[in-house]
Design a binder for this molecule. Structure first.
Ligand code: UDP
Length: 263
């Protein structure tokens, strides 16, 4: 099995959820992990700084079945027609796309799994970002669910320079080992790349998008069967119609751009 694969110039690592969590908890080299999704790959096409940030991460894990479909087409050197005819299988037989990149790992699931396993260690986690009160609420829920979990601080703030001093003071005081950042892509990944070296206690930082909103219950996650069918986007569209452009980009624009790159 391939260890990594490039999709639209972004490197993806073939790691499972368990391998990722193990790496986060046990590897002591400072660095960050990204969970690129189709919209992020489209953003990279017009934002070289973001592309560079993603390719300098320690791990990039696929967030979305669309990424798994793309990896399969690239690895098998599929023709344009073959890739196109395989698109419906994203919903009909998603398992068929798990042979090149083994698993889809979303930010929300990753936060939950890291917290679950970190509860059995002495590691400290700091939650940065989301609307005021949301990260705090998510932290309370997770500490209740996973006794022993040490979320040493939360702060909404923003990626703007004006907020940096406050963030620095809070993090320096708490000395976390792991940092989750919820400022949305690409801001969260760029913020991490620019600032992580200023926080020596932090071994791993991860941009986690809307994860705190889901955990706090501010937004609802799609039912499991829809997630499995790769239809989480449909649920999100019904919940937040304003996301229509983002959903169009992920479900239509991304596959067609990728197909164009095939022979
Ligand atoms: N966010 C923030 N500050 C900002 C921009 C975004 O705290 O300047 C938060 C927002 O409240 C949300 C998260 O960033 O909790 C990311 O939201 P998005 O819907 O973009 O996430 P995704 O689609 O990646 O789940």
């Amino acid at each position: 099995m391939q260890e990594e694969i490039k999709i639209m110039n972004v490197r993806f690592n073939n790691v499972s959820m368990d391998e990722t969590v193990d790496f986060v908890l046990k590897n002591n080299l400072q660095g960050y992990i990204c969970t690129p999704n189709p919209e992020m790959l489209l953003e990279c096409e017009k934002n070289p700084e973001f592309l560079n940030v993603l390719n300098n991460s320690q791990l990039n894990i696929a967030d979305g079945i669309g990424i798994l479909w793309a990896a399969t087409q690239i690895a098998r050197k599929s023709s344009k027609l073959k890739a196109l005819t395989e698109l419906p299988f994203i919903a009909l037989a998603p398992k068929r796309f798990k042979n090149v990149l083994k698993q889809r790992v979303t930010g929300t699931d990753l936060v939950q799994e890291i917290c679950k396993k970190a509860a059995q260690t002495h590691l400290k986690i700091f939650f940065l970002g989301a609307a005021p009160g949301i990260a705090e609420n998510a932290a309370e829920k997770l500490e209740h669910k996973y006794p022993g979990l040490n979320i040493c601080g939360t702060y909404a703030g923003s990626p703007a320079q004006k907020d940096f001093e406050t963030i620095k003071e809070l993090i320096d005081k708490q000395q976390p080992d792991i940092l989750f950042v919820a400022y949305g892509a690409p801001k969260q990944e760029i913020w991490i790349q620019q600032n992580l070296h200023k926080f020596p206690s932090i071994k791993k930082a991860i941009g986690i998008g809307g994860a705190f909103d889901f955990i706090a219950g501010k937004r609802k996650r799609a039912p499991k069967f829809m997630q499995k069918l790769g239809l989480e986007w449909l649920f999100r569209l019904a919940q937040e119609p304003s996301r229509i452009k983002r959903i169009f980009d992920a479900t239509i624009k991304f596959p067609f751009k990728l197909i164009k790159t095939l022979k």
